[in-house]
Design a protein around this ligand. Structure first.
Ligand code: SIN
Length: 553
């Protein structure tokens, strides 16, 4: 028996919940989330939301900062949309009850981050993401048209092409009809049918050995959509956050860029500053520059970390402005008001993703995407800090009108539902070798860190390419022989996402923004001022995917 909803949303961060709250006025909504509802990257966002709020700021300046940081690859049309529509979306959040810090209860206390020419970061201390997630969850719980499926993981999209061999996947006739979902409390696979599906699964930091992302960030939306024939762009641009706490037990805990925005200084272990040698903005240079500079200095000195020094700031200000960071550092033995804190870069944000138009529509009809999983053109080759929550809010809002129109169109049409087969696990048996999953997972994360990290070379990328090919074959075989679990699904998604990052990096024969290749150290505007876009070859649900470059736009 299948579950039917008008709108199915995969993911429960800012993008998914914003869309849910808006479309629930038009039809029934199901939110699928593979952990507890609040467990998304949004919850962990510290810095805030970038938006033009101050009198001395302007949309034009926000647009220019975004484009400058994006190193020539931002899509200006969407940059303008995101910057100009930001304040209205933020007012809605405030209307729902979100509280951002203000100076003496009046004007917003706007923060500063790398690449911004003005103070424009709205924040709730250093727990901005949590404040937004809390607000949206409260609003979602107040609706009776939204059903939440926690601990449910999407396995694969059901598309028209997968039911009808005359329709080619990813073509104009193709459309999303539903998905198979693993309920990992019962281990049963459920079929869900929807008139519109929004992919809002977030990022893929778990592709790398060290990441600031939560454990849920396994590239699920990218891999699912790619397997279904959706276009995926610019995966080579993976952002590394320069300052994560260096401590064996800290799981790359993020120390917000806003600490540097308030005056924090990066130093080598001997106390010397170094960022002035790399960029005129020093410690507040865009992230690609800062992460690469730290990587270079660490390799030169052989040190395991650099230092973030905030000891010259007033102690009470640190405790008041960064209560969560201060407390967490203290738990690991560092009082940041008295001593510099050891930091290293870690994988943080996927700038590429599932290609969408300015209304969040993908190349597959009825399939929309928003938030980190999507590629709207906002970030280009390097995301401007705190533009990501903004993107989720703006794009999910814009997707509503189009999604509702499609839903109204499809009321009769979707009788195809009868044709959707129930999940068949064939002759798969329970796995007797779970170690294969953990071993492959570990190998992927290490090879991505070592060969496809902050600094790349053609030789390292080739090594990564051949390893991932073998791993994918092994994972594929394992996947079809044994009953699926959350771990096998995540492993398969991680491997496909890693392959897309590697292929993007191999394809781009230049260095730009977050992609730095020692063999092509310069940017090449003549040949490469364009996006790399991949789409899988036409296939049925059970066959393996092969990469096919469709176009470089
Ligand atoms: C931070 O607080 O440094 C992270 C903000 C972001 O990634 O946009």
């Amino acid at each position: 028996m299948s579950i039917e909803k008008d709108f199915i949303i995969i993911g429960s961060g800012v993008a998914g919940l914003t869309f849910a709250l808006k479309v629930c006025k038009f039809g029934s909504v199901g939110i699928i989330t593979k952990d507890a509802l609040e467990e998304s990257a949004t919850k962990y966002a510290q810095g805030g939301i970038a938006s033009v709020m101050a009198k001395d700021d302007s949309f034009e300046l926000h647009v220019q900062d975004t484009i400058e940081t994006g190193r020539g690859l931002c899509h200006e049309d969407f940059v303008r949309i995101a910057c100009s529509e930001g304040p209205a979306r933020i007012s809605e959040l405030i209307g729902l009850g979100a509280q951002f810090d203000r100076v003496r209860g009046a004007e917003f206390d706007l923060g500063q981050e790398g690449g911004h020419s003005k103070r424009r970061i709205l924040h709730a201390h250093d727990l901005t993401g949590w404040e937004i997630e809390r607000t949206l969850i409260e609003a979602v719980h107040a609706q009776d048209n939204i059903e939440i499926f926690e601990h449910h993981m999407a396995i694969d999209l059901i598309t028209r092409a997968r039911l009808d061999e005359k329709v080619e996947s990813g073509s104009n006739e193709d459309e999303a009809l539903g998905l198979y979902v693993l309920n990992h409390l019962t281990q049963k696979v459920e079929t869900m049918v929807g008139r519109v599906i929004l992919m809002a699964t977030g990022g893929a930091g778990k592709v790398y050995l060290y990441t600031s992302n939560p454990d849920t960030a396994t590239g699920d939306g990218i891999a699912l959509a790619y397997r279904a024939g959706a276009k995926i762009a610019n995966m080579e641009f993976f952002q590394f956050h320069p300052t994560c706490l260096f401590h064996p037990k800290a799981k790359s805990f993020l120390i917000s860029e806003t600490v540097r925005g308030e005056g924090g200084i990066l130093r080598l272990q001997n106390g010397d500053t170094f960022m002035e040698n790399y960029h005129s903005l020093g410690c507040l240079a865009p992230r690609d520059v800062v992460a690469r500079a730290i990587d270079y200095e660490m390799k030169k000195s052989g040190d395991d970390y650099v230092l973030l020094d905030a000891t010259h700031l007033e102690g009470y200000r640190i405790r008041e402005r960064f209560p969560n960071i201060y407390k967490t550092c203290l738990e690991f033995g560092f009082d940041m008001s008295r001593e510099p804190v050891p930091v290293v870069p870690a994988a943080h944000y996927m700038c590429g993703g599932l290609v969408v138009d300015p209304n969040g529509q993908t190349n597959i009809k009825r399939l929309f995407a928003s938030g980190e999983v999507c590629f709207s053109g906002l970030h280009g080759a390097n995301r401007l800090a705190s533009n990501s929550l903004l993107e989720g809010l703006v794009l999910s809002h814009r997707a509503v009108e189009k999604a509702v129109a499609l839903f109204k169109d499809s009321r009769e049409e979707i009788s195809t539902v009868q044709l959707i087969p129930e999940w068949d696990s064939g002759s798969a048996v329970d796995s007797d070798e779970s170690v294969v999953v953990s071993h492959n997972w570990d190998e992927i994360r290490r090879l991505m860190w070592n060969y496809v990290g902050i600094v790349r070379s053609t030789k390292r990328l080739k090594r990564a390419e051949s390893r991932i090919k073998l791993l994918l074959e092994e994972i594929h075989e394992y996947y079809w022989n044994f009953k699926i679990t959350k771990d096998t699904l995540e492993l398969r998604n991680i491997a496909i996402t890693a392959q897309l990052i590697i292929q993007g990096a191999m394809t781009r024969k230049e260095s730009r923004g977050l992609h730095y290749n020692l063999n092509f150290p310069e940017s090449d505007d003549v040949n490469w001022k364009k996006d790399t876009i991949f789409q899988s070859t036409p296939h049925q649900l059970t066959t393996q995917t092969n990469l096919r470059i469709v176009t470089h736009e």
